[in-house]
Design a protein. Structure first.
Length: 72
């Protein structure tokens, strides 16, 4: 069945927020694919170590991600 992997920097989301992400991603998927297919959806959140992620040549830290999260 379908699976999704969401990568985030470690320490940015607590357990409750990760559960909300999983629930809401599943709900969004179900709205398109239907409940039967969504019932088999596997969602994983993989936490990437601070400093081991970057884009555009810029290395991101947990502190950077927390600042982005605070800005909304």
């Amino acid at each position: 069945m379908p699976s999704m992997e969401i990568q985030v920097l470690e320490g940015v989301f607590d357990a409750e927020e990760k559960a909300q992400i999983i629930t809401r991603v599943t709900e969004a998927f179900a709205s398109v694919a239907g409940q039967t297919i969504a019932g088999g959806l596997s969602v994983r959140i993989q936490e990437i170590r601070s400093g081991a992620w970057g884009y555009g040549g810029t290395v991101l830290s947990t502190e950077d991600a927390l600042a982005m999260k605070a800005r909304g």
